[in-house]
Design a protein around this ligand. Sequence first.
Ligand code: FRU
Length: 458
Amino acid sequence: MWMNDPNGLVFLNGKYHLFYQYFPDANIWGPMHWGHAESTDLIHWKHLPIALYPDKLGWIFSGSAVIDKENTAGFGKNAMVAIFTYHNDEIWKAGNKNTESQGIAYSLDEGKTWTKFEGNPVLNNSGEQDFRDPKVFWNDLIHEWTMVLAVHDHLQIYSSPNLKNWKLESSFKPENDIDVGTWECPDLIKLKVENSKEEKWVLIQNHDRKAPNGGSGTRYFVGDFDGKVFKNSQPSIWMDSGMDFYAGVTFGNVPNEKKLMISWMSNWFYAQKVPTEVWRSAMTLPRELSLKKVGNQYILKQKIAENFNKILTPLFSAKNVNLPFEKKVDLSQVEIRFDVKNPQNNFKIEFSNAKNEVFEIEIKGNQLTTNRSKSGLIDFDKTFAEKPQTLDLRNQKIINVQLILDQSSVEILLNNGEFSFTNLYFPTENYSIFKLNSNQKINIKNLKINKTNSIWKN
Ligand code: FRU
């Protein structure tokens, strides 16, 4: 049935928990629940019963989960506490703005069964429209909990000693901001800068409908955080410029403070119309985030969770690749990597099938372009393939490419994850021809095509 945002990403006792926006009664959006899955390795997932159901205060919108190690809330030591948005549709239909408030629930059995706090909502709405998606973490700088909350066109930062009483500390919105639509699903994380002792705070912010290629997208700010106020130090950067990467947030409580992110692979422009039937939507592979300084800019890098390599079986490899290169291979579940040794960016990648359905990726000069106008089913919504999608390569030369293809998606990572671009497609039969080409003399090396084995254990 229907799924959207990842929610309540948290690690506990050797397991990663993925809750998600779920409507069990239809394959379109509706009264939201929190579905639940868990994994020990971030790759093989097990479906579990629904964790949170709507109640008289509203539907259960997006939010996060924490492990209350010191029992600050009084629900029990190491309680898993979910902090989520109540969305009250009756208030909405009556034409009022204060539809959303924040509630909490706790679980003492690793997220299997949940009790809602009787004092909900813990954060009331004083008249704001779009007041939602709390991301909470333990803040060592103030020895309290911090919540970042998306509020229509800005971010609010709250603190609490006990997850029940929240105090507004500050708001954030960059000066002269562009119009990016509604602010949704924020996250605030601390990262070490690669090859240095410096630490920076990264504010990840999702926006529902004005990303560069249209519709939903995720951008990030890099700056400093004193425990209460976030100070931005550079213009925002889009985290993944493809149309199908949204509502991404990171796991809490992960050992060694690893920052692992999962995003929803869709776009509000057409999410409810994509041509799948018994299910609608998938998540990206989990990605580990790191920060690199390039010139005077901090760049977020994304690396597919390491255990992914364990499900790969080699299908084909070549040290040197002569162009044009063409390989017939079932592309429905593969990972493809290669290195590029070029004087300049100039090559084209194609996935196609015997019906001449084709998905194209072109890297030329300072731009990556994807084109899905002939990729298969596209008519379900005009915004799906209306125009090619582009990514500005920030004057970087592309040195390596990783492509992870599933039946209806490709996750594209360039230069060890410095660029990310995620796209859906719906060929009417599997893509089965992989092509690489260039109209210049270029050097492609170390091509590997690996099969990705199924993650569903029988
Ligand atoms: C983002 C979002 C959130 C909201 C949820 C509702 O995709 O709109 O802001 O909490 O989805 O399902």
